[in-house]
Design a protein around this ligand. Structure first.
Ligand SMILES: *Cc1c(COP(=O)(O)O)cnc(C)c1O
Length: 234
């Protein structure tokens, strides 16, 4: 356990250092950027080591995996975000476990979350996932459709739309990802400019292990990092 914690602590320090450098390069403060650790590649021993190393904001991309880890680690002071596709029939089981759902990818899911959050007397922070790369296999709102329906989405009382999220296209590496991130930031800016009263779109979740520095340069407020935190232990 000690060696595992030491390795993960070193990885975490390196990632935090690179976040701070990318922030400085773009005239931002590192405090503006939240590190979400995606734990999908590892088991509970590695997650415990990560928490011991000082990172307690965790994400999973599969609801079932999140349920299992959240239960296994329920005594730890951790917070969970779901970052992958959520089927509507899994909303009820997922909601009580999460602080935020970052991957809300369509209006019917917004409606389902609103209904169940209401039943549980919660108001759930969510991000809307946008398919900026236009790849047909990707989940998410199409940008123009989102611009057209923001007011309607904002009308649901038990969800709190806090911002946007995207996955960059698979091809082309970090510099191609930059174009996707810039598109998401521009869309975010336009939506913020005409946001219905009561919505504060303050979060922009973009960037993973291979491209988080570029994402920060393009304005990310949340970076979702998995493999870079678990280098040497996978
Ligand atoms: C796996 C995953 C990540 C992290 O991926 P890495 O490349 O390992 O950092 C981020 N976001 C989502 C939605 C993921 O599924």
């Amino acid at each position: 356990m000690a060696a595992l914690v030491a390795q993960i602590a070193e990885n975490l320090a390196q990632v935090r250092g690179r976040i701070a450098e990318a922030a400085a390069r773009s005239g931002r403060s590192a405090d503006e950027i939240t590190l979400l650790a995606v734990t999908k590649y590892v088991g509970t021993a590695e997650v415990r080591a990560l928490v011991a190393a000082g990172c307690s904001l965790l994400g999973e991309n599969r609801p079932q995996e999140l349920w299992e880890k959240a239960e296994a680690l329920s005594e730890l002071p951790v917070r969970w975000h779901l970052v992958g596709h959520l089927q509507r029939n899994k909303v009820r089981r997922t909601l009580p476990l999460v602080e935020m759902i970052e991957s809300v990818d369509g209006p019917r899911l917004v409606a389902a979350i609103d209904r169940i959050a209401g039943e549980l007397s919660r108001r759930l922070p969510i991000l809307l996932e946008v398919n900026v790369s236009g790849e047909p296999a990707k989940h998410g709102f199409e940008p123009a459709a989102l611009e057209a329906s923001l007011e309607e989405l904002a009308g649901w009382g038990n969800v709190e739309i806090r911002g946007l999220m995207c996955m960059a296209g698979l091809e082309g590496g970090p510099e191609a990802a930059r174009g996707d991130f810039a598109r998401l930031r521009h869309l975010w800016g336009r939506l913020r400019g005409r946001c219905p009263a009561g919505i504060v779109l303050d979060e922009l979740s973009m960037g993973m292990s291979s491209d988080y520095e570029v994402a920060i340069e393009e304005g990310a407020t949340i970076v979702r990092i998995g493999s870079a935190l678990f280098r040497g232990v996978l």
